[in-house]
Design a protein around this ligand. Structure first.
Ligand SMILES: [Zn+2]
Length: 307
């Protein structure tokens, strides 16, 4: 069965068709009109999805169902966004599945983007062969998903695995996207690393994470330091979580996890510095599906729900 698969992020919406095996075609992206509100995001998603359907139809492909991974905490049973941070103002409360279903005329299943990413990695990426996983996505935010006995757990209130708001600084600390202070996301995400670089530099150079990484590779100590600090703080938080959850493996993806040797050795050392011998040896893996992991997982979600 062909399905339409959609990834709604804070900066970009992506959509594609996927076949039974999860192979993607007719991939398209559009910017997320985040500041224009939830209805604008839904409308942009429907426009992009229709574009993919038109392109697919020209090649004789007609999707029968839609799978969606979206930012925020989502209730998959009711298709509703139950919580979202400041990256998508007004997103909470959106009846996402019903609105997309009305706009596209196809059955729709939705879930949180990191849960969907974890589903993709579990079946088609770095998670193959494992039953108990912690999956962490470190990019513009810090998100996580929990796989237990081969199933991505939603949790009692759809927040299982969400490690971004772990408190890592109890005395105030940096402001998080959720409005709180001292949370992991405000220290370990890409924007947090860039913000720390700009602060230490003492001027607000318009740099992004890629440029900070480039400066680190060119031997600039300050650039290396801020990346290492993000990795150390995340690794320390993960070490504690790994003791609690005792997963077989941890899979790390997202733009920050793509920093390679600038980031991984510090992250690994912080996880290995664990008082419990078993959790300290947990296997760590980079995510394998890259920027299309959410689309692959959302396709799987739709196949599982509607086939
Ligand atoms: Zn927070």
């Amino acid at each position: 069965m062909q399905v339409l698969t959609i990834d709604i992020g804070g900066t970009k919406i992506a959509a594609a068709l996927a076949d039974q095996q999860g192979a993607l075609s007719h991939y398209r992206t559009a910017p997320t009109p985040a500041q224009a509100g939830a209805q604008a995001v839904v409308a942009a998603t429907i426009d992009l999805a229709r574009e993919v359907c038109v392109a697919g139809r020209a090649d004789g492909l007609a999707p029968k169902a839609v799978g969606v991974g979206a930012a925020g905490a989502l209730d998959p049973a009711h298709g509703v966004v139950v919580y979202a941070g400041e990256t998508l103002p007004g997103w909470a409360g959106t009846a996402l599945a019903a609105e997309l279903q009305a706009g596209l005329g196809l059955p729709v299943v939705v879930d949180n983007d990191v849960n969907v990413l974890a589903l993709g990695e579990l079946h088609a990426g770095a998670g193959r062969g494992f039953a108990d996983l912690l999956v962490v996505a470190i990019g513009t935010g810090v998100g996580g998903a929990l796989v237990v006995d081969g199933v991505v757990r939603s949790g009692a209130t759809h927040s299982a695995g969400e490690l971004g708001h772990l408190v890592v600084e109890v005395n105030g600390g940096r402001r998080c996207n959720c409005g709180g202070h001292g949370h992991l996301e405000a220290y370990a995400s890409g924007p947090a690393i860039v913000a720390r670089y700009q602060e230490r530099l003492g001027r607000s150079d318009a740099v992004d994470l890629r440029q900070v990484a480039e400066r680190a590779r060119n031997g600039e100590p300050l650039a290396s330091d801020v990346i290492v600090e993000g990795a150390r703080i995340l690794g320390g938080a993960l070490a504690g979580l790994i003791c609690v959850l005792d997963p077989q493996a941890v899979i790390l993806g997202g733009g920050v996890a793509d920093l390679g040797d600038l980031w991984w050795p510090t992250l690994t050392a912080a996880v290995r510095a664990n008082p419990l011998p078993g959790p300290g040896q947990v296997s760590l893996h980079p995510a394998q599906l890259g920027t299309r992991a959410v689309l692959v997982g959302a396709a799987r979600l739709a196949q599982a729900r509607f086939t």
